[in-house]
Design a protein around this ligand. Structure first.
Ligand SMILES: Nc1ncnc2c1ncn2[C@@H]1O[C@H](COP(=O)(O)OP(=O)(O)OP(=O)(O)O)[C@@H](O)[C@H]1O
Ligand SMILES: [Mg+2]
Length: 617
């Protein structure tokens, strides 16, 4: 069993970015139970990198982080609450997603705690920056995390609000949570039990109490520490070397050179999240002991200040409430689908996309194509091909347009929910649950208008045409979700969307029949949903019979050049299109899972979650 004597032990971790830049170097520290710890340092010194490594959001490239089990809360920099929803409503969805028994009461409590009750009915997107920040904290507090990580929680808050947030966090520590935050505000850092000071380059320059830090750096205030770190003759690594004298390395692991306090470690089991193995801090066990409190005294940065956490003594704070239940994926899916629908109906910009995409397809078609192109007496085979292709491409375009903005616009929300135990597959299926009905309406509208205005053959199999259009739209929506899952901004998603549209046009077998393509092009065409949809739609419209027996001299030569196109059974094309949809949804889910992967799950029977170094680094 992994033994932990602290809530979080950071053991000689290093971190590199994907491009190889070193952001953290050989950092070791131990955060005690129920401590409030701030990570401070200059811009780019690696505060967020350290927070992410400790939380499991981005495992270190060397060393290891060992944490007690517990529900984990993480508030990243940026918005994490759906913007379109009124605040209380958004929080209620968050509470239901976590399976809380009484969401209303829990939401009322956190709104009061963060002084947001007056803003309960305001849409999150209309809150001020500081209010949105507090809303993000409130959403995480709902989960009653045992370990709570926050990236600059007081950034953008006025001093009074910042103080309130720090009080709320202290209050949570008193009730058994361990809180680690980054901050650029010396007063906020001063309110913490301990501070980790990072010097540029990712060096740990100090870890201990704020009072000890002032003594260590010879500074009257924490502000001056920044000057010392940047000061002449004191380069960053010199502070790190000086501080590292207080450590020794045992078996490749840095440990405080002063032996830890005696006493058995007490681990905190929990059941509140997927990363956990038991229940959150039991009532009355969430406080530091006298030894822990002693660490707050003015003292140099020795083992006393960096020493391991001590067992809970129950001296501070009331008991935590009972743990929330783990939601099953089906319940999560239900809550998310309801929230997605709610958000969709309340966001004018999303509604504009929903209505605008089919409207654009319809307007372009009606301006371009004459009616009667499918008349048996005077068919126009060239116009037939163009209309069929455009209808199919219209379905694809609408599906892609619906899917593209879905994930990249709510990465912050998604990350938070993944921390709270949401499965990536559940998330994607909840998106599909809302997009598919919307697509069905849009596709039915397009077909109905085309049919009513004579752009499609009379008496054609509209039911089959609708299924084809819906399937190609669904495949495109899946592709849109996949593109959206791998980019970070809407603008990039749009570029990605254009890139995936391009081959759909060329390889659909409409502009150039599949039989006329070179061999590689033919293989590529198999990968295009539009190719299969074009085939199925032509079959439903009985194009072969029209061209063979209609009154156009072009009909038979066209039939010859399009070869076996429109000759396959429709269900065959439908199966392929359904397959594309499943593959794209699965790929989107995998991309989301890998992108928001959180290493924090303990193996059954273990009391500690280990965040090992990423393999291959
Ligand atoms: N994805 C990335 N790719 C490349 N470099 C990165 C990446 N993320 C962070 N860095 C670099 O890592 C270093 C540490 O970044 P980090 O965000 O941890 O700094 P920080 O201390 O939080 O800074 P700030 O005070 O500005 O918020 C910076 O030099 C940054 O440029
Ligand atoms: Mg930062």
């Amino acid at each position: 069993m992994v033994s932990v004597r602290a809530a979080i032990e950071v053991r000689a971790i290093g971190q590199r970015t994907r491009s190889g830049i070193v952001t953290l170097r050989d950092i070791s520290l131990a955060v005690g139970y129920c401590e409030l710890v701030a990570i401070i340092g200059g811009n780019g010194s690696g505060k967020r990198a350290l927070l992410n490594a400790m939380s499991g959001l981005r495992p270190p490239s060397s060393g290891a982080v060992i944490r007690s089990n517990g529900a984990i809360g993480y508030v990243p920099h940026g918005d994490t609450v759906p913007a379109a929803l009124p605040l209380a409503r958004a929080l209620r969805y968050a509470a239901r997603l976590r399976g809380m028994a009484d969401p209303d009461a829990a939401v009322d409590e956190v709104l009061r705690e963060l002084d947001l009750t007056a803003r309960a009915v305001t849409a999150v997107g209309e809150l001020s920056g500081g209010e949105r920040k507090r809303a993000a904290i409130a959403a995480e507090l709902l989960g009653r995390p045992g370990l709570f990580f926050l990236d600059e929680p007081t950034d953008g808050l006025d001093p009074a609000r910042g103080l309130e947030v720090m009080r709320a966090l202290r209050n949570r520590c008193d009730r058994g949570a361990t809180v680690v935050l980054t901050t650029q505000s010396p007063p906020d850092a001063d309110r913490c039990d301990k501070i980790a000071v990072l010097a540029n380059g990712g060096y740990l320059a100090f870890f201990g109490t704020p009072v000890a830090a002032r003594g260590y750096f010879g500074a009257d205030s924490l502000d001056e520490i920044y000057e010392r770190l940047a000061g002449l003759g004191d380069p960053a690594d010199a502070w790190s070397r000086r501080f590292s004298q207080f450590y020794r390395t045992v078996g490749g692991v840095s440990v405080p050179s002063v032996p830890p306090q005696p006493g058995p470690a007490q681990l905190v089991p929990d059941t509140a999240g997927p990363h956990s193995a038991g229940a959150p801090h039991p009532p009355g066990q969430g406080a530091r002991t006298d030894q822990g409190a002693a660490a707050k005294q003015d003292q140099p940065a020795t083992g006393d200040t960096v020493g391991p956490a001590v067992a809970h003594g129950g001296a501070r704070g009331p008991a935590q409430r009972p743990p929330t239940r783990l939601l099953r994926p089906v319940r999560q899916w239900t809550v998310l689908a309801a929230r997605n629908t709610d958000g969709l109906l309340r966001a004018p910009s999303t509604l504009a996309v929903l209505a605008g995409a089919p409207a654009a397809v319809l307007v372009a078609s009606l301006l371009l194509f004459p009616s009667g192109a499918f008349s048996r007496a005077h068919p126009s085979p060239v116009a037939d091909v163009t209309i069929l292709f455009w209808t199919v491409f219209g379905g694809f375009f609408i599906g892609l347009g619906y899917g593209l903005p879905q994930v990249c616009t709510e990465l912050g929300v998604l990350r938070r929910e993944r921390f709270a135990g949401l499965g990536a597959g559940t998330y994607v299926l909840a998106k599909a649950a809302v997009l598919l009905p919307a697509l069905a309406v849009a596709d039915a509208l397009v077909l109905a208008v085309f049919g009513a205005l004579g752009r499609l053959p009379e008496g054609a199999a509209f039911g089959a045409a609708f299924v084809t259009l819906l399937l190609v739209s669904a495949a495109a929506a899946g592709l849109g979700l996949l593109v959206s899952a791998v980019v970070s901004q809407v603008s990039r998603a749009m570029v990605g969307g254009a890139a995936v549209c391009f081959p759909q046009v060329l390889f659909a077998g409409a502009i150039l029949p599949v039989g006329a393509m070179v061999l590689v092009g033919r293989w590529v065409s198999y990968l295009m949903p539009d190719r299969w949809a074009f085939d199925a739609l032509g079959r439903s419209m009985d194009v072969r019979s029209l061209w063979a027996g209609g009154g156009s001299a072009l009909g038979r030569p066209m039939l010859a050049s399009y070869g076996t196109t429109f000759g396959h059974p429709v269900w065959n094309d439908w199966l392929v299109l359904a397959g594309f949809t499943c593959v794209f949804l699965a790929a989107a889910s995998t991309a989301i899972a890998s992108r928001t992967h959180v290493v924090s799950r303990a193996r059954p029977g273990r009391h500690a979650a280990v965040v090992p170094a990423r393999p291959g680094r």
